[in-house]
Design a binder for this molecule. Structure first.
Ligand code: TPP
Length: 321
């Protein structure tokens, strides 16, 4: 049903994200990484399902949990590792760290640590994209990705309303892992009818109950095509996923007793990376894994061998000049 080329591409990206992040978890205690890390282990299918059908010039925005989207959208791996090491060759000059990855040449808007704040910025970007089509005759698409916690912010609803009113070329995607730090959804939302709430703005919505990477990819591909051909304004997608590790940091957090461990086991059993590995020949998996090992090693070497930013850099880009 799915071509081997597609399965290979999705597997490679998802496994690269997981192994890159697990490598970060391994080296974190050595203090070479100069910022907190919010890992997406378990959530890789979301970033890859979203980014695979997008064009290079389409824009994605994300939260502080941004490693997966950065890699999935084609962000430079060396520059990412260097940024985490705080080195001058990093994607933000080594001054921003893990929570603020950016790579505009690959359509990755700068991420932010402040929950919800990238949603209005992405909405503004979509407005610019709508206006530029007069000159370019090609409609680019913006994708705003955020967690379930961000939908509790006022600026989320302001952005939804503005995008609907102006029929902006934007896909809003809520990665619903049911947790905001340690607080589960049941303690935060009066009802779970998020898509119904958004539909009242006149926006088309899709609720995906699992992280099936093919289903998400198809949903995003269709939404992007509708928007690109001016058959739709904004579209909202909510997709279920699950974070395997602690909110911030390299470890699991089972000893904190806030998770349902049966739920955790169910998600692990349905791991999308394992699922796709079974759809591929084992020789192909071995080849891809070897490529991934080499890419991660090269990124680490690049980061280690890069200089720290010069002292004069300290005040650059702090204030508008
Ligand atoms: C405006 C704001 N309020 C609170 C916080 C503290 N905070 C950091 S992460 C987080 C949880 C957000 O959860 P969610 O949006 O679901 O994203 P996830 O961490 O699950 O990816 C909170 C409350 C913050 N950074 N910014």
């Amino acid at each position: 049903m799915y071509t081997q080329e597609l399965v290979t591409r999705l597997y490679k990206k998802m496994s690269l994200i997981r192994r890159f992040e697990l490598r970060l978890a391994e080296i974190y205690h050595t203090d070479v990484i100069k910022s907190p890390i919010h890992l997406s282990v378990g959530q890789e299918a979301i970033a890859v399902g979203i980014c695979d059908p997008l064009e290079k010039n389409d824009i994605v925005s994300n939260t502080y949990r941004c490693h997966a989207t950065y890699i999935a959208k084609g962000g430079d791996l060396n520059e990412m590792m260097a940024e985490l090491y705080g080195k001058a060759t990093g994607c933000a000059g080594g001054k921003a760290g893990s929570m603020h990855l950016v790579d505009m040449k690959n359509g990755i808007m700068g991420a932010s640590a402040v929950v919800g704040t990238t949603i209005p910025v992405a909405t503004g970007y979509a407005l610019a994209m709508q206006k530029e089509t007069v000159k370019t005759n090609h409609q680019r698409v913006t994708v705003a990705i955020f967690g379930d916690g961000a939908t509790e912010e006022g600026c989320f609803y302001e952005s939804i309303n503005f995008a609907a009113l102006h029929q902006l070329p934007i896909i809003f995607i809520c990665e619903n892992n049911r947790l905001a730090i340690h607080t589960p959804l049941e303690k935060r939302w009066a009802t779970e009818r998020l898509c119904e709430r958004i539909a009242t703005y006149g926006i088309e919505t899709h609720k995906l109950d699992n992280d099936d990477v093919f289903n998400l990819r198809d949903t995003v591909a269709k939404a992007a095509a509708q928007i690109r051909h001016h058959q739709s304004g904004p579209i909202f997608i909510e997709c279920a996923t699950y974070r395997w590790l602690e909110h911030v940091g390299p470890r699991d957090d089972h000893s904190d007793h806030y998770r349902d461990l049966d739920e955790y086991r169910r998600w692990k059993e349905n791991d999308q990376i394992m699922r796709l590995a079974k759809m591929l020949d084992s020789n192909v998996v071995t080849r891809l894994e070897n490529e991934i090992t080499a890419e991660i090693q090269a990124a680490e070497e690049f980061a280690e061998n890069s200089p720290y930013p010069a002292v004069e850099e300290l005040y650059k880009n702090v204030y508008a000049s």
